[in-house]
Design a protein around this ligand. Structure first.
Ligand code: 5AD
Ligand code: SF4
Length: 436
C-alpha cells in the first residue's frame, strides 16, 4: 500500500491495513510479490494527482506479468467522479476505484474482484457514512510509540481554493468517550505521542463537548506522553485554547495555525473569515504565554486574486507573527471550487518568484528564531536513528515538546524514549544538542 497526502490519509491507511489484516492479508516484502496493490490518494493539489496517475500507469506491466494481482486506487482523488472516470478510462487494468467515504466497503469490493474477476468503481463521494462504521474498523499502527487519533471527519469551511469539503464531506465529530477511551488505551500501550486529527479541530462538537473541553479532559489522563493536534483554523482558535495549551501537562507547545495569506482582501476571497490583525493577535498571545513555543503555518502562494503587492503582506506576516516554519504551496486550481472559476492573471513566473521570496524570508526568520533555543535544555522524544538530512551514524533525531527537530549523539538505542538534550547549535530547520 502507498499512501499520499496528509496525516488524515496516513491514519486512513492504518485502518486500511487493519481491514486487510482482518481479511487475512499481511504486508508484502515488495511490490513484485504483492497480491493486492493499493494507492491511497490525495486531491489537494494537481501535482499529487499527476504523481498517482504516473505511479498507477507504471503498474501496467505488473498486471501483464501477473494478471491475478489486484490493483486498487482509493482515497480523496478518486472521490471526485470526474477523476474516477478518468482513472477508469486511462487505466482499465485497475480493479477497484473508490473514494474516501467508501473505504468500509473495501472487503466486499476485494471479494467481488477475487470471485468474479470484475472491476468495481464506487466513488461514494455523495453518500458519506454518518454512522461510526469507519472508526470501528480495526487499526494496524505504523509506529509503536506514536499514534494518530481522528476526532472528526470532513470539513464545512469551504475555503474557496480547497477540494477537501467536496471529497471528505460534512463535519462529523466522533463521540468524546470513544476518543478518551482510545487515547487512554494508547497511553497504556506505551504510546508517547498522540496526534489528534481533524481538518478543523476547533470546530469539534459532540455531546456538549467542544474542542477545549475534549483537550482538557485528555490532558487529565495520567502517563508520560505528549498530546498534539492538527489542524487549527485561525477563525475558531481562541485565547482560551492557548491558555489550555500553556497550562497543560501533556499538550505540545506548538501551534500549527495555517494563515494562507497575510492580506485581508485575499483572505476574504479565500473565504477564511479572519483578518491579518486577528492572526497577529493570536500569534502574539501565544508567544506571550509560551515564549519558547513554536508557531507554524501553511501559506498558499499565487491565489487567483493575489497581486505582487498583496503578497508583500504575506511576506511581512512571516516576520510580524514570528513564524518558526511555514509549509508553502503554489496554488493549484481544483475543479468544483469557487477559486477555479476566478480569472487568474498572474503568470507562473510571477508566482514562482513570490514563492522563492517567501522561502528566503522564512529561512531568515527561522534562523533568527531557532537561535532562541541555544543553551536551552529540551525534552525530546527520540524518533529515529541518523541525523536529519545527513543520516550520519551515532546520531539520533527527535522532536522537542515545541515540535522542533533535535539532533544529538547517543551510544545507546533510545528510539521511542524521552530524553533531555542541551542545545549547542541551531540551524534554520533543526537544532543540535548534547544528550544529558
Ligand atoms: N492549491 C494549493 N495548495 C492548497 N492547499 C489547499 N488547497 C490547495 C490548492 N488548491 C494547501 C493549503 C492547506 C494545505 C493542507 O494545502 O495551504 O492548508
Ligand atoms: Fe480545506 Fe479550508 Fe477545510 Fe482546511 S479548513 S480542509 S483549507 S476547506
Amino acid at each position: 500500500m502507498r499512501v499520499f497526502g496528509c496525516q488524515q490519509n496516513f491514519s486512513d491507511g492504518e485502518k486500511l491495513r487493519g481491514v486487510l489484516a482482518t481479511c487475512g492479508f499481511a504486508a508484502a516484502p515488495d511490490i513484485d510479490r504483492a497480491d493486492v496493490i493499493i494507492f491511497d490518494t490525495c486531491a489537494v493539489r494537481e501535482h499529487a494527482e499527476e504523481r498517482v496517475f504516473g505511479n498507477v500507469g507504471a503498474l501496467k506491466s505488473v498486471k501483464q506479468d501477473r494478471r491475478e494481482t489486484v490493483i486498487a486506487v482509493v482515497g480523496c482523488m478518486t472521490a471526485q467522479p470526474t477523476v474516477a472516470r478518468k482513472m477508469r478510462d486511462s487505466y482499465p487494468f485497475v480493479d477497484i476505484i473508490c473514494g474516501t467515504n467508501a473505504l468500509t466497503e473495501l472487503p466486499r469490493m476485494l471479494c467481488e474482484v477475487f470471485l468474479s474477476n470484475s472491476t468495481v468503481t464506487e466513488v461514494g463521494g455523495e453518500t458519506f457514512p454518518l454512522d461510526d462504521s469507519f472508526e470501528q474498523l480495526h487499526t494496524v499502527r505504523d509506529n509503536s510509540f506514536k499514534a494518530s487519533v481522528p476526532i472528526m471527519y470532513g470539513c464545512d469551511n469551504f475555503c474557496s481554493y480547497c477540494v477537501v469539503p467536496y471529497v471528505r464531506g460534512r463535519e462529523r465529530s466522533r463521540a468524546p468517550e470513544k476518543i478518551i477511551a482510545e487515547v487512554r488505551a494508547l497511553v497504556a500501550d506505551g504510546v508517547k505521542y498522540v496526534l489528534l486529527l481533524g481538518q478543523n479541530v476547533n470546530s469539534y462538537n459532540a455531546d456538549k463537548y467542544d474542542f477545549a473541553r475534549l483537550l482538557s479532559e485528555l490532558d487529565e489522563i495520567d502517563g508520560d506522553f505528549w498530546l498534539d493536534f492538527m489542524t487549527s483554523h485561525p477563525k475558531d482558535c481562541s485565547e482560551g485554547l492557548i491558555d489550555i495549551i500553556a497550562q497543560s501537562r501533556h499538550i505540545v507547545h506548538r501551534l500549527h495555525l495555517p494563515a494562507q495569506s497575510g492580506n485581508d482582501r485575499v483572505l476574504r476571497d479565500m473565504n477564511r473569515h479572519y483578518s491579518r490583525a486577528r492572526y497577529l493577535q493570536l500569534a502574539r498571545y501565544a508567544r506571550e504565554k509560551m515564549p519558547l513555543m513554536s508557531l507554524t503555518t501553511d501559506i498558499l502562494v499565487g491565489f487567483p486574486t493575489e497581486t505582487d503587492s498583496d503578497f508583500e503582506d504575506t511576506l511581512s506576516l512571516i516576520t510580524d507573527a514570528q513564524i518558526d516554519a511555514s509549509y508553502t504551496f503554489l496554488y493549484s486550481p481544483r475543479t468544483g471550487t469557487k477559486a477555479a472559476t476566478l480569472p487568474d492573471p498572474s503568470t507562473k513566473v510571477e508566482k514562482q518568484a513570490r514563492f522563492d521570496k517567501l522561502l528566503a524570508a522564512q529561512r531568515a526568520v527561522s534562523e533568527q528564531l531557532y537561535a532562541r533555543y541555544f543553551g536551552v535544555t529540551m525534552r525530546v522524544l527520540c524518533d529515529s536513528l541518523g541525523r536529519v538530512n545527513t543520516g550520519v551514524d551515532g546520531w539520533y533525531s527527535g522532536k522537542s515538546r515545541e515540535g522542533i527537530i533535535v539532533d544529538f549523539m547517543s551510544n545507546v538505542d533510545i528510539k521511542g524514549q524521552f530524553v533531555n538534550v542541551v542545545i549547542t547549535d541551531t540551524k534554520h530547520w533543526a537544532v543540535v544538542g548534547k544528550l544529558i
